[in-house]
Design a protein around this ligand. Structure first.
Ligand SMILES: [Zn+2]
Ligand SMILES: [Zn+2]
Length: 256
């Protein structure tokens, strides 16, 4: 399984994209930095997009990628929860901001949207996909992706602490987890459903206690202006836990 980090941050600039992961060039998770990172031909290789929750930084490129597919007369499969469907159809693809690609063209809509249920294993484009809820807004799900040869990653999406129930359901070799803020903003992180390096340490400690091992850890969704501080604090956590924890960056390639 080849994993490319298209976007690794929670704020966008020329060098910083919103969170998007690309697996084997065909399966994307979250759509913060899809069209801004991929050429038209790379976009056409996409077979499915999994969305974790409705916050704009995770769904931003759904209208733009749908527009690109519509202009080629092709369709794109999107999988997510009912609440993401509702947010897309009400606020973005509502015929005012963008055409309603969920229902247009009438005979063959550009977006084939499939609703997923938490804890229900789905077979999507050759991968086993398990949506497992985390602690963020409404129903936010992370995705465990298992390839045909048994390689497994779990991406948390945005989440606050308290992931013990989630850890019970998954067993990844690679954990892609958010760390939005440095330790000094813990109170704000807790209010807004995000993690700091200290909170990450607690969650990884709970993972190890429950599962008996620690996976390779990659962090995403960092605030660019605070990244140096986050990086130093994460290095301390990695040392303490004696485990590999690396901050993701745009264009990072991982292989499982
Ligand atoms: Zn969010
Ligand atoms: Zn976010």
């Amino acid at each position: 399984m080849n994993i490319q980090i298209l976007g690794a941050h929670n704020c966008e600039s020329q060098n910083s994209k919103l969170v998007s992961l690309l697996i084997d060039d065909t399966l994307a998770i979250d759509a913060g930095g899809l069209t801004s990172s991929l050429s038209f031909s790379a976009q056409q290789k996409l077979k499915a997009i999994l969305l974790t929750h409705q916050h704009y930084d995770h769904i931003r490129d759904v209208p733009t990628i749908a527009m690109n597919f519509a202009s080629c007369g092709s369709t794109i499969n999107i999988y997510s929860t009912q609440s993401v469907y509702d947010a897309l159809s009400t606020h973005l693809l509502n015929g005012k901001l963008y055409p309603n690609f969920l229902e247009w063209p009438q005979q063959n809509p550009t977006i084939k949207f499939t609703k997923i249920e938490p804890y229900k294993l789905e077979q999507i484009e050759g991968y086993s996909i398990l949506a497992v809820p985390v602690n963020h807004v409404d129903l936010t799900v992370g995705y465990q992706v298992t390839s045909a040869d048994g390689k497994r990653l779990y991406y948390t999406s945005d989440t606050g602490p308290g992931l013990a129930d989630c850890w019970q359901k998954i067993s990844p070799q690679l954990l892609i987890i958010e760390t939005t803020l440095p330790n000094k903003y813990e109170e704000y992180a807790l209010q807004s459903g995000h993690l700091t390096p200290n909170l990450l340490k607690q969650e990884l400690t709970s993972f190890q206690a429950l599962k008996g091992y620690l996976p390779q850890v990659i962090t995403v969704h960092m605030s660019p202006s605070l990244e140096k501080e986050i990086e130093a604090e994460i290095a301390a956590v990695a040392k303490e836990l004696n485990n590999s924890i690396t901050l993701a960056y745009e264009g990072m390639q991982l292989h499982l």
